[in-house]
Design a protein around this ligand. Sequence first.
Ligand SMILES: Cc1ncc(C[n+]2csc(CCOP(=O)(O)OP(=O)(O)O)c2C)c(N)n1
Ligand SMILES: [Mg+2]
Length: 559
Amino acid sequence: MSQATARLGGHLVADALVSQGVSLAFGVPGESYLSVLDGLYRHADFRFIVTRHEGGAAFMADAYAKLTGKPGVCLVTRGPGATNAAIGIHTAQQDSTPLVLLVGQVGQDVVEREAFQEIDYRRMFGSMAKWVAQIDQAERVPEMVAHAFQLATSGRPGPVVLALPEDMLAASATVADARPHQPLQASPSAAQLSQLTSLLHAARQPIIIVGGSGWSRQACADLRLFAEAWQLPVACAFRFQDLFDNQHPLYTGDVGIGINPRLAERLRQADLVLCLGARLGEMTSSGYSLFDIPIPRQQLVHVHAGVEELGRVYQAALMINAGMAEMAGALRLIPCRHAGYAAGAAAARADYEAWQGIPPIYQGRQARLDLWQVVMEARQQLPADTLVCNGAGNFASWAHRFWRYGSQERGRCQLAPTSGAMGYGLPAGVMASIVAPERTVLVFAGDGDFLMNGQELATALQYGGAPIVLLFNNGQYGTIRMHQEKHFPGRVYGTQLHNPDFARYAESFGALGLVVETTAQFGPALSQALAHRQQTGKPALIELRMDAADLAPGLRLAG
Ligand SMILES: Cc1ncc(C[n+]2csc(CCOP(=O)(O)OP(=O)(O)O)c2C)c(N)n1
Ligand SMILES: [Mg+2]
């Protein structure tokens, strides 16, 4: 766009997005930012995916950033639009996802009167976002939008919120566009790498935990080459299971909810834990039990893109502030003169394979609908690089424990929220199948989880997205029922659900809806869903009418 002529504030915002390399955004329109929409209207190549709820849009923006490595952008109206979108900001914070939320704001002439839909975004998003700012002058749009993207993508990535007052959007300014942002990461120093090399040589039972954001395909390949050279077992952090190929003999399982007890023990017994990119939060430390606080018994090497994460809970023996591409590239070049770990890696892999065998609830019992066999069948029929999406609930454990995630070396294979946000899987899957139509996208959903954003099936049909949804219907918020049974046995309260006919619900949007009640019905249903997707380019939903007593792979209600 011309820099010499005056532009409307809203047009400047649209042009600033384009200057920052954005070609696709998600949102729900509002009268508070009409001139931004009008600004985007001038960019024929820009895609604005309109969703049915701002929570869906914000989840899509988060998942888009995870899938593409580019910042996700979400546009919402003030007040109710912003409050609906908040779940995506929290999710992006916990997942360290670069996300820019643009939100309408009341005019500066009425601010602080609790005007219509007015919210103080700095206070609302202050603890969730890396930066919350308001652009008060149209002249400053290029500068502040560029800064938003710079911040969202550099160091520990995360969400940034920009409020757009109505009078600023309606004003005009003559100002030049900014340059595209330049995501910045620190690199490990030579001294840190040599200290790490010494620790690796001295170790007898080392293990890697890999997680967090910022992993490029090349970084994942470099990590694999490093692990192969040193024969190091690799575990993936909760909901980052695609950072290392699960079929690889060095892969040993995930460190999250429902961790394999043998892997937890291996981490406790390890003498060196190399934690690459994961935050070592509650999920990756088994509730802060795997490592002593503040000084772990193991030699802990913690590498993270955010300097403020290092030493936050654990005083690691060696802390390295570096981006994942920078770190993995350096690791790959460390020469290995050590060949003593191979047996440890093989034993760790054997533990993983045993953990993926028939789970306790199906041992010695013929179940009507065996969810373990459902996942095994899906593994048979679907490509290795299937993109698996999920929200939160016990149903997700069937994916996390038994699916073998492909490696991000060929593109992301998992989109899931560390925050445990219900309702994430469907919008993520819809987004992925729109943005990467060549990929097979499988959404694991619970009956509770699914209906938090089930309306985004409409978005799939509107934009040609075609995920396949596996809906685990147990007629309850099963996870909470499980905790109830553990803490208040037999006192079921507030956890039962009366559900719609999910297959007909899906059909009403124009998707294929199928019902599976027995193990034998699943294989043909999945084949039908795949063929339908192939022939029509439309989504399919398979409702698994599961036994409500099957609370988790290792827990079944008696009686
Ligand atoms: C947005 C949100 N609300 C509430 C919760 C608390 N919660 C965690 S799991 C769960 C139940 C999930 O039910 P469902 O999707 O049916 O899965 P199930 O546990 O039955 O497999 C709830 C309510 C949450 N994690 N996220
Ligand atoms: Mg349920």
